[in-house]
Ligand binder design. Structure first.
Ligand code: MF3
Ligand code: CO
Ligand code: CO
Length: 255
């Protein structure tokens, strides 16, 4: 399917879905403490999305994914499946939340530090966040996707980190993953030109070591090949006539 330009009515629904996804991350924050399992985090989010938000956790049964959120710890890059793993002091974990409300998706993820992170882990988490912010700051009509990718890649590599190539941001709306693909690397002046009404995610995966990844035997969990730490942040963005709106940012929150 081609890239969809959302109508005013669809944008309202995307805003609602985006705010709900962000609200799940706000809700779960105090639970991310040493001793909790990733399964327990999944269950708390699942119950909150279903019972409190009256929404649908999009990952559950998506292409066979067995849980309601993704939990990716330390050298896990993305799509970690919640399970019996207990979080411990010094772990860094990405919680990736996607909800469907009134037929529209909101997709956002954040890094959480369990206890006090090492200097290197904190540095990686910060650089990955800066990569996402720098990508978002590029977004306005007339800019091309390659400009976004280039800005993100340049920031990561100038800090001796690497950008994962196999996974990318994506258009989002009625479908979880729509066109276009939003690469987190690339060349300025290339790729699709942004237009007001487009909605897509920016979600760079940044490795402390080499860019190569491998898929675990569970067929979901992606890890760094060299076992270096990886970090990711994600927002759902609307292109507005003036620039952009971060649909998954809560009113008084930092980006
Ligand atoms: N939320 C992820 C993304 O940002 C996709 C997860 S797919 C799942 O695109 F099946 F693992 F949930
Ligand atoms: Co996404
Ligand atoms: Co996501």
């Amino acid at each position: 399917m081609a890239i969809t330009i959302k109508t005013e009515d669809e944008i309202k629904k995307m805003r609602v879905a985006g705010q709900l996804a962000a609200d799940v991350l706000r809700m779960i924050r105090p639970h991310v403490k040493p001793g909790i399992s990733t399964d327990e985090l999944d269950q708390i989010c699942h119950d909150y999305i279903i019972n409190k938000q009256k929404a649908i956790p999009a990952p559950l049964n998506y292409r066979g994914f067995p849980k309601s959120i993704c939990t990716s710890v330390n050298h896990q890059v993305c799509h970690g499946i919640p399970g019996e793993r207990i979080l411990k002091k010094g772990d860094i974990v990405n919680l990736d939340i996607t909800v469907i409300k009134d037929g529209y998706h909101g997709d956002t993820s954040k890094m959480f530090c369990v206890g006090k992170p090492s200097i290197q882990a904190q540095r990686l988490v910060d650089i990955a966040h800066q990569c996402m912010v720098i990508g978002i700051e590029q977004v306005r009509p007339g800019v091309r996707l390659g400009d976004i990718g280039f800005a993100i890649q340049t920031h990561a590599e100038s800090n001796r980190c690497s950008i994962v190539r196999e996974y990318c941001g994506h258009g989002i709306g009625r479908q979880f993953h729509e066109e276009p693909q939003v690469l987190h690397y690339g060349q300025p002046g290339t790729g699709v030109e942004l237009k007001a009404g487009m909605t897509f995610t920016i979600e760079p995966m940044v490795n402390a070591g080499k860019k190569e990844v491998k898929l675990m035997p569970d067929n979901w969990t992606v890890v760094t090949r060299d076992h270096s730490l990886s970090a990711q942040w994600e927002h759902t963005i609307l292109v507005t006539p003036e620039g952009h709106e971060v649909l998954t940012r809560l009113p008084d929150d930092e980006i």
